[in-house]
Design a protein around this ligand. Structure first.
Ligand code: GRF
Length: 217
């Protein structure tokens, strides 16, 4: 009998994307279950969200380790203890070693608050405003060794209006994130989407490098 895909979520903060994914598992929009949540910060609100949903949590502070390699090696042990099929980065504010990334290649995804390949890294909302862009958004991508560089599964776009500032834009982007992350996780859990040779295939069709644009309508 096929088991339900098991998802481990790594967080550092609020965990609103974690919440969206847990809710989508509960409503069976995602045919999978969140079996564990790991935070590198003890005060991450996402841990409370997971606890409220009855999901096992772990805190692993990077400060207790003298190198990135040692932290990542312990993190991999904690992740593997949950026997996951997929690893979800949801606001996990750590740069991962190549070794960690390679271990979960094709099984680990991240959400980034920009329409990749635009605005890798931080302060994406302000950068989109400063550039005079009319649209912005978020991307769910497979994690590969280079930062925010892996092939994209799905993007969601929002408009940048004249009265938007970085805060209002972040709010809009969060809303679309909570839609597209569950969509991407359902594709993964149902086997609809795969990474092969550094590219993404949805229903066996090669997606463009910026993934599938999610149609909000
Ligand atoms: C999101 O904006 C995501 O794009 C970025 O970190 C933020 C996490 O927010 N990677 P939350 O903790 O899920 O609320």
């Amino acid at each position: 009998m096929n088991r339900k895909p098991r998802i481990v979520v790594l967080i550092s903060g609020s965990g609103s994307n974690l919440q969206a994914i847990m809710d989508a598992c509960a409503s069976e929009q995602i045919e999978g279950s969140v079996v564990g949540v790991i935070s590198n910060k003890a005060d991450a609100y996402g841990l409370t969200r997971a606890g409220n949903a009855g999901i096992e949590t772990k805190t692993l502070s990077h400060k207790a380790f003298s190198s990135r390699e040692e932290f990542d090696a312990q993190l991999a042990e904690e992740v593997d203890a949950f026997d996951p099929d997929y690893i979800v980065l949801a606001g996990f504010m750590r740069i991962l070693t190549d070794q960690f990334v390679q271990r979960y290649l094709g099984k680990m995804v991240n959400i980034h608050p920009s329409l990749l390949p635009k605005y890798k890294g931080l302060h994406t909302h302000q950068r989109a405003i400063d550039a005079g862009d009319s649209t912005h958004g978020a991307s769910v991508h497979f994690v590969t060794p280079a930062l925010d560089d892996g092939p994209v599964l799905v993007q969601g776009a929002v408009s940048i209006d004249a009265d938007d500032d970085a805060d209002s834009l972040q709010h809009k982007v969060h809303k679309i994130e909570h839609i597209i992350y569950p969509v991407a996780m359902q594709w993964l859990c149902s086997g609809k989407v795969k990474m092969a040779n550094g590219r993404v295939y949805l229903n066996n069709e090669l997606l463009p490098i910026e993934g599938k644009m999610y149609d909000v309508n």
